[in-house]
Design a protein around this ligand. Structure first.
Ligand code: HEM
Ligand code: HEM
Length: 185
């Protein structure tokens, strides 16, 4: 990274991956909550399959996004941000990145230990990463569930901060993460 010459914009790929992943994570949380409450049956089975598939897609896209980010530095915080606020924003971003990997991995490990198949959009199967162990599965999926709620809390906070920047501080933080036709001017 060139600290003396930081880029002024996010790349189109970075923006595309940010919004696609955000959409998928939000739908994974909604499906996760729905599927554990809907009761046994076809709807539950479909939701389980879709939830696992979307989660697996998030893991793959998060990997691509991390590689992209390491190769393409992102802009510095907008001018005028207090050092403590910049640090808080950075801490939340790091935590969000960590959760993008931890959530699917916990789900994959817990489902493997349960002994259930993980079909990704009906196309291929993910191999199990743990041997069958129902007690371990219950622990891992319990952690997965609670971490899911923490994730939802954190991205809500993150989105609220972005809206605060846009509507209250009226700075470029949100605009520069939007497609370039909106981020100009
Ligand atoms: C970004 C990715 C993911 C998010 C945000 C997410 C979120 C959630 C949430 C919020 C729940 C509901 C928890 C509850 O109400 O108790 C849940 C349940 C579950 N998730 Fe995920 N999940 C993700 C990825 C995955 C993946 C990749 C798998 C498996 C391959 C998976 C397997 C499961 C299973 C089996 C449950 C049910 C747990 C139970 O029976 O208590 N999840 N998930
Ligand atoms: C699950 C949902 C979301 C996740 C996981 C997420 C994750 C992230 C991460 C990791 C970054 C840091 C980018 C980097 O440094 O590479 C970021 C930046 C950003 N996000 Fe999100 N985000 C989500 C939803 C949202 C929503 C709903 C909004 C707007 C309402 C939003 C607005 C922004 C903005 C404006 C930035 C740029 C911040 C800056 O330049 O300082 N995000 N997001």
């Amino acid at each position: 990274m060139t600290a003396t010459n930081p880029p002024i914009a996010y790349t189109a790929t970075h923006k595309f991956l940010h919004w696609l992943i955000a959409l998928l994570v939000i739908s994974a949380v909604i499906m996760g909550i729905a599927m554990v409450n809907v009761g046994r049956g076809t709807v539950q089975n479909v939701l389980f399959d879709l939830h696992r598939s979307v989660g697996a897609l998030v893991l793959a896209l998060a990997g691509m996004r991390l590689v992209w980010r390491l190769l393409h530095p992102v802009p510095a915080p907008v001018p005028g941000l207090a050092p403590l606020q910049a640090l808080a924003a950075r801490a939340v971003h790091v935590a969000l990145y960590a959760l993008l990997f931890a959530m699917p991995m916990l789900g994959w490990a817990g489902t493997s230990a349960f002994g259930a198949k993980i079909m990704v959009f009906g196309l291929f199967e993910l191999p199990p990463i743990l041997a069958r162990d129902r007690a371990l599965s219950a622990t891992l999926l319990g952690i997965h569930g609670w971490t899911g709620f923490a994730f939802a809390g954190l991205f809500t906070l993150h989105a609220a901060a972005a809206l605060h920047h846009h509507f209250i501080r009226k700075d470029a933080t949100l605009r520069r993460m939007l497609p370039s036709r909106w981020s100009r001017g």
